[in-house]
Design a protein around this ligand. Sequence first.
Ligand code: BES
Ligand code: ZN
Ligand code: ZN
Length: 514
Amino acid sequence: MLKIQIQKSTLKSVKDHTLIIPLYQQGAKPELPKNGAFLRPILDKLVKDKVFKADFKEVTYLRFIKAGQSQNVLFVGLGKKKDFTLSRLREALINASAYLGKSKVPSFSFHLSSVAWSGKRSFSEVAQAATESLVLPLYKFTKFKKDEGSLTQDQSSGIKSVTLAVDSPEEVLEGKRGLSKAKIFIDACNLVRDLVNTPHNAMRAPDLAQAAQDVAKAVGLKCTVFTEKELHKEGFGALLAVNQGSDIPPRFVILEHNAEKKNLDTVCLVGKGITFDSGGISLKPADSMETMKDDMAGSATVLGIMEIVAKLNLPLHVVGFMAITNNMPSGKATVPGDIVKSYLGKTIEILNTDAEGRLVLADAVAYADKHYKPSLLIDFATLTGACVIALGEAGAGVMGTAQKAIDRLKELSCLTGDKIWQLPLWEEYREELKSDIADIKNIGNTRGAGSSKGGMFIQAFINDKTPWVHFDIAGSAFITRPTHRYTPKGATAACVRLVAEFLIQWDTSVTELA
Ligand code: BES
Ligand code: ZN
Ligand code: ZN
């Protein structure tokens, strides 16, 4: 298991297999860091040979040179000091970490004090950003590899320890705060990535609900699980319609933090939990259907955020909901044209069984809204292929009625590196969801603006007065090529750190409706 720590040691005295040294650029050359005079001959040679000039994100790995106490050194360029921001530090360190992950080093240290940054951000924030960007890219999903895998543990490319090296005891103290927050974020991201990467035959609805119960027990969340019987009794008609073709029973999980403290603001987090989306009777094409094991990423995201909320004991009443089933065709499956009655009482004409996420969410958000009357309701869903077409795999689509919350999330997105882009909820789209014979239908008449229509379908099951934000993570939750900077191919844990940070920095004014 990867050890993440902070230690006092100057640049020259760091003893580790590999030392990462961040370097600013001055003119067209690396600037010598504090106490870094001993590096001058090496750096001069690298400049002379046109190998390294500390350009932003540039990395050079030198093996067996023994600079100071360390055998190997990785120089990472931070570019010009005046351009420095936390996100640039993140970008540069992601490169360094990915490089070392591939080089299979056993351990490395990063000399954090050499970043020597006196900006608006605290040292603790710099330590957090550094830790996250060094450790998150090392993730590997090895659970199903005979020789490497032990459930959730070897997630770090075989690297045994990552150390932040700092000059002074004060920096150790300050840095520790950022480091422990980063560890909590990393653990939650790895939990989400493991759940989402796990294939359907090992992650059926009862398995995902069990995973939620295990997390709840470990971190002290109240946890309630509805089985099929309770869902029938409560009237989750839309969720049950999706489950109807399945041989595996559905689950609805409620996780609650600060359940007894009624004076705190309430935030509800609701997640789509389709453990496999075949499309149902509106069957998907075979091409890359296997990635539809990721269709429970919304639920996993909720669980990851709830874990962080509990570990940090945030002064908020946060309730998480996971609406879980697979979506399968069979002789008893829902067929196009069927009309079902949702939890809210509205009837839905299901014209395409592949638009199932919005069905399970319709019941889940209505339940959350009715029983918890939240100050803010946020839902997460791998909802539409249209979102992948619009934004690719680089970021999530976001929409909703809580514009202040969305603005805040956009600001924090720059801080955490979790990209989001707002899409509109224009009235023109709503028209298309009108059904001739039911209260609403689950697809529009035309193909355009699919993500907005998906969002607006969910909106129809939430009270107008409840501020709401919807994340469409269809593209960003799972990447099919290794292009995402924080993660290899597969599950990314998109939006987990972003929304956790949003809750940490909670301010009641974000719940104002425009
Ligand atoms: N789970 C899919 C959306 C999806 C697509 C997620 C690609 C990740 C990658 C969702 O249930 C779906 O199939 N949506 C349909 C909706 C349509 C029928 C209105 C879609 O986007 O094609
Ligand atoms: Zn679908
Ligand atoms: Zn789906």
